[in-house]
Write a protein that binds this ligand. Structure first.
Ligand SMILES: NC(=O)c1ccc[n+]([C@@H]2O[C@H](COP(=O)([O-])OP(=O)(O)OC[C@H]3O[C@@H](n4cnc5c(N)ncnc54)[C@H](O)[C@@H]3O)[C@@H](O)[C@H]2O)c1
Length: 363
């Protein structure tokens, strides 16, 4: 008998949901429902992808489509925990967008609910799913890098504020600015370092250019007249782990940087390495550069190796969804484990707390 097709429901029909829908379709999953209070947005996606059922609330989708096995949570950060917990309790496997939640305490509740219900909870750390990251991870797992003593994680932009006054720039809806929004490279560095336990964080945040339209990003995110802008635009942080390993992180939406850079560089006891995307004119165009390298000492000489992988313009966003489906089917190891998200969010919380207090914070 043919294997039963898994069925998915999408919660939130904004920008990122497209990658989820396309990832499911590429994994032979049927997307049977989509829910968004902005119902016209859900309708539009439903028409484009042939999704049969459109709802204005996710609760209604859960009630009317009980056959859903998988849900994607693609809503503003404030609602990640509440919606994911409800879906897990309804017996669904959940793929939740990043950041996992507003803070470590909400994330812990989500992880505990997954444990209690026995359902799979994964977060969209799509940068782990990039071919470059998986290639580097093979060297790390093989022991070719040794212990990563130190790493530098950067997601820095010059003109990258995601609109003024919408949910991204309102702390009560987003949890913060680039520290929480662009947490991908901190997560990727932790993944390469195999999630050591953090001990100390020292950080500073900056709020410059937060009302200057010249610093707006190019993605067409609409401004909201009179909307709130109360999040940082840049942050610099240093993390020391109990093991003695260290991580330096820079995240910015608006800062006087040469160009948008997304990278992790690391120094191991046997080799160093780097994964980097330099965006073209604050977007992906012909001037964008992807690099992935290993630095070793061989036969008395420094050797730099370039790892060549197929290009992935989508930065693993579809591959991460495919990995979620394969994890549910038991066909692949998950790229991320829920407990790792708690460690990540403890660091994010400590960055904000250290910046606010003006002193190092112990985790
Ligand atoms: N992994 C990535 O690369 C990546 C990229 C962009 C955004 N994201 C994350 O994806 C999430 C959504 O971001 P986006 O850019 O798609 O935002 P968006 O504003 O384009 O879309 C969010 C949608 O959620 C809807 N929504 C709000 N409350 C809802 C609810 N209770 N139920 C159902 N729908 C609800 C909104 O009406 C909106 O249509 C955020 O958490 C963001 O951090 C991840």
């Amino acid at each position: 008998m043919a294997e039963k097709k898994l069925k998915a429901g999408i919660i939130g029909a904004g920008g990122i949901s497209t990658y989820h829908i396309e990832g499911y379709l590429k994994s032979d999953v049927e997307v049977i429902g989509i829910a968004d209070p902005a119902v016209e947005r859900a309708q539009e996606k439903a028409e484009k992808y042939g999704i049969k059922n459109v709802f204005s609330s996710y609760e209604e989708m859960l009630e009317k489509c009980p056959e859903i096995d998988l849900v994607s949570v693609c809503v503003p950060n404030k609602f990640h925990a509440e919606i994911s917990i409800k879906c897990l309790e309804e017996g669904k496997n959940v793929f939740c967008e990043k950041p996992p939640a507003m803070n470590a305490s909400e994330t812990t509740k989500m992880v505990e609910t997954a444990r209690k219900t026995g359902k799979i909870l994964m977060f969209d750390f799509n940068n782990r799913a990039r071919p470059e990251s998986q290639a580097l991870m093979k060297y790390i797992k093989n022991g070719d890098i040794g212990r990563i003593n130190s790493a530098q994680a950067l997601w820095i932009r010059r003109c990258g504020i995601p609109g003024f006054g919408g949910w991204f720039t309102q702390k009560s809806l987003s949890g913060g600015g680039p520290v929480i929004d662009l947490l991908h490279m901190i997560d990727l560095a932790l993944y390469f370092m195999e999630f050591p336990e953090p001990e100390w964080v020292l950080a500073q945040t900056f709020y410059d250019f937060s009302t200057n339209p010249d610093f707006k990003g190019p993605w067409g995110i609409p401004d909201v007249e009179g909307g709130i802008v109360d999040v940082e635009t840049a942050a610099h942080a240093f993390v020391r782990f109990k093991t003695g390993q260290v991580l330096f992180a820079r995240n910015s939406w608006a800062e006087m940087n040469k160009r948008e850079e997304v990278s992790v560089t690391f120094q191991g006891t046997k080799a160093g390495g780097m994964i980097r995307r330099l965006f073209g004119r604050d977007g992906i165009d012909e001037t964008a550069i992807d690099e992935c390298e290993i630095y070793t000492m061989e036969n008395g000489h420094p050797v730099n190796r370039k790892i060549i992988v197929p290009p992935d313009e989508k930065m693993g966003r579809e591959r991460a969804v495919i990995n979620f489906v394969r994890t549910v089917k038991g066909e692949e190891e998950p790229f991320s484990k829920p407990e790792e998200a708690i460690i990540l969010m403890k660091i994010i919380d400590a960055i904000y707390s250290s910046a606010e207090k003006g002193e190092p914070v112990k985790i």
